[in-house]
Design a protein around this ligand. Sequence first.
Ligand SMILES: [Zn+2]
Length: 337
Amino acid sequence: MPEAVPDRPSRELLPWQEETWRHLLDRLSSGRFPHALLLSGPRGVGKEQLARRLAAALVCESQEVMDRPCEACPSCRLSRAGTHPDVHWLAPEEEGKAIRIDAVRDLIGRSALTTQARGVRVFVISPAEAMNRAAANALLKTLEEPVPSSTLVLVSSAPHRLPATIRSRCQQVTLNSVQIAVAAAWLKKRGTSDDEESALSLAGGAPLLALRFLEEKRLEQVMRLVEDLGALKTRKANPVAVAAHWSQMGAEKVLDGLRRILGDLLRLASGQTLRLLPPDAGEHLQVLMKNINLRKLFDFVDELNRLELQLANNLNGAMLTERMVNAWLATTRAEKR
Ligand SMILES: [Zn+2]
């Protein structure tokens, strides 16, 4: 089953970035990597993701530069955890707010400190156009006198909003917009849904943005399922109507949604925090959990596993959703004394 919501930001190489990536590694292996890089391109094509990967490659300890990040060395492990001491990331304190001069000065200050490992340091500012004028001016000073063995990566989907003096001191790397067919194929692989094309057009062709739209829409659907489960439990909903509604939603999607819900229900039951559903779903899940025998909950999981097999055998979707409803009713039925 595809992992729909990654726990932490990804630095997977996206298929449409491969050429740019090879070019970057070529520069790195030839020892001609620029001190300052401006990574630009439209919103939602994965610029930050590429910057994260680039930062990991720059601090990676592998001698095989073209295979970086190697994912095996100590530096790569730190990068993966997001705790590499020589990778510094600067973003606005809140989305949509400006990056202020104090933050840039702080970053520059850190570039003057001695490094932890191999003397390589990476500074990423994203989105770079969020810097206000004073912040940009402070940064300009560093660009005029680059610190040896440090790399500055500016990420921007609006590079024209950066002062020309900054742009001219950076090597520009541009990610172009992604062909719809390539983006749709990638989205399909993520197992998001079957309306990739409409999400892509809504996102102006930007695959990562489209993925977010699809994820949000799917979360909405899952929350509808949580409501349905609650109404079934309290016997306020008509099981036949719910089964019909689920059948319309598609047995596969319902099954996937129920699995997410159960995953978090079981997490909740063992005192952990939610991972698949938004935090505000917690209250609803508490209601679902109330008075439910844990053993019965596992029976429900078993039944979902059986139904998944039958789904793979192309069994009638309407019949499957009816069985899902019945299994949940059995789970929530009060024990007879
Ligand atoms: Zn490595």
